[in-house]
Design a protein around this ligand. Structure first.
Ligand code: COA
Length: 154
């Protein structure tokens, strides 16, 4: 499996994977905005045929710029490629770029309260902590956990 930085030609494959996996979908323009603004932060996992089977779409926080922080907009892996360590690898690549290129102090993301696999990925595997709850965050009314990863735990 090939894991590499996403390019503009991967964006349709990322969008397709997102549509398969998650109800939170984005316009193509939004993918393009990520790729043009923070090209080093989004990654894809491709199978031997070169098809996108997983992705991480990530950005830097544009509102609170005093302390630079990264934000994971979306991450997902197609069902038949799960539990191979792809999501963890995609996240680590993006984390590394956020920290080294953008000097991020921490990373935030939202996850559905009911999304046990993703919560386990973030908390147990990657070292994120739950730092808040946003009631009714999702369009269907489900609440989100806000999860944060701190680069320098001190
Ligand atoms: C969540 C998701 C991205 C994980 O992708 P993945 O490539 O299968 O994850 P990895 O193989 O890298 O797993 C790393 C760790 O995450 C945790 N994890 C992943 N899937 C899990 C599951 N189904 N149940 C429990 N823990 C799980 C485990 O700690 C795992 O480590 P282990 O395999 O050594 O036990 C994938 O299940 C997915 O795409 N789900 C649908 C989309 C989604 O929910 N995205 C997140 C939105 S916030």
């Amino acid at each position: 499996m090939d894991i590499r930085q996403a390019t503009v030609s991967d964006l349709l494959g990322m969008q397709k994977t997102n549509l398969f996996n998650l109800p939170e979908n984005y316009t193509f323009k939004y993918y393009l905005y990520h790729a043009m603004t923070w090209p080093e932060l989004s990654y894809v996992a491709c199978n031997p045929k070169g098809e996108v089977v997983g992705y991480i779409l990530a950005k830097m926080d544009e509102e609170n710029t005093e302390i630079p922080s990264g934000h994971v907009t979306s991450i997902s892996v197609l069902r038949s490629y799960r539990r191979l360590g792809l999501a963890a690898k995609l996240m680590r690549q993006s984390q590394h770029a956020m920290n080294h290129l953008y000097k991020a102090h921490h990373i935030t993301l939202h996850v559905r309260e009911s999304n046990k696999p993703a919560i386990s990925l973030y908390r147990d595997n990657l070292g994120f902590e739950q730092t808040g709850v946003e009631k009714g965050y999702y369009a269907d009314g489900e609440s989100a956990y806000q999860m944060t990863y701190k680069f320098n735990k001190d």
